[in-house]
Design a protein around this ligand. Sequence first.
Ligand SMILES: Cc1cc2nc3c(=O)[nH]c(=O)nc-3n(C[C@H](O)[C@H](O)[C@H](O)COP(=O)(O)O)c2cc1C
Length: 362
Amino acid sequence: MTTLFDPVRFGDIQLANRVVMAPLTRNRATQQTPQALHVEYYRQRAGAGLIITEATQIRPDGQGYFDTPGIHSPEQVAAWKQVTDAVHAAGGRIVVQLWHVGRISLKSLQPGGQQPVSSTHRAAKTRTYAAYGELVPTDAPRALETHELPQLIADYVQAAKNAMAAGFDGVEVHAANGYLLDQFLRDSANDRSDEYGGSIENRARLLIEVMTAVAGAIGAGRTALRLSPVTPSNDIGQDSNPQALFNYVAEQLSPLKLAFLEVVEGATGGPRDNAPFDYAALRRRFSGSYIANNGYDRALALDAVASGRADAVAIGRPFIANPDLVERIRHDLPWAAPQKESFYGGGAEGYTDYPAAELKRA
Ligand SMILES: Cc1cc2nc3c(=O)[nH]c(=O)nc-3n(C[C@H](O)[C@H](O)[C@H](O)COP(=O)(O)O)c2cc1C
């Protein structure tokens, strides 16, 4: 029987175990660039079979929160190289999550104070962090023109190439949680009349073009995807037929032979059963490996892999306060609770100062 602690290969990436650290935005970059603190934070968590980094903008207008990192400048690539070197030296594997927030942004975070861009001109009725503790309503976007989409795809490709230069084991394209690619996918947010709006085929077109281009540039075995078929995050709204939409996406991406598909099951960070969705049916349509996420505790994680329901489990919030989470799961040690005040922004406190269980017992 396969267990959570068995090694596995996802495309070109060899994992020592099947506990994946889910992507976690922590808002501690300086000038959109990782710092020594990031090196320490990720190094501490290298016991995960795979680390998926915090969401990282592919280009300046992809930013929607204060102090999130990018991967579009030589300085950022050099800074990320310090992170990947530290994780590799500690025996871990790490992919970067490639992000464009779309309309979940503010003019104050945009280059030149411009309007954010999206699939639509309609604003999301939600808020984002302009600065530490400062949640403000998002600014109305402008809809990207059709002729701007090839450049957007090229920018995903360049970010993926930058990730390779920074020593990452691969990339995970972020198409979840109501950000730009999700804004194109769902008919609750996409009101376009060009070939990127309307039918499922049209709404999935941008994502499929991005995945095809990125896989072509860095290799499919180093290219992965995150989806969240029914999350209501960031006022994205429910698609009129999420099963048909996401089944189509999985089917179309299958021939690429991507490294893995990571799926947020249910409402991100909330109920796993907020809306009906058959994840097994989605998985059957996808050729690559399947990583399950959202609300997995020890028992649920062990069972997901033992039963074959998932190839690995991605765990988010528990990794914040438990850098040695894999060892805690292995030895059935208690999980520390994270301090929510230090989730988004701040310094070492609530970031790199959570001890490993061994240290606690000493
Ligand atoms: C502080 C925090 C930051 C997050 N940042 C990201 C992110 O950058 N990208 C992403 O796709 N999901 C992000 N998420 C969602 C998590 O990856 C994950 O889907 C969610 O926490 C549910 O998994 P869990 O129950 O194991 O925590 C974030 C969640 C939290 C709590």
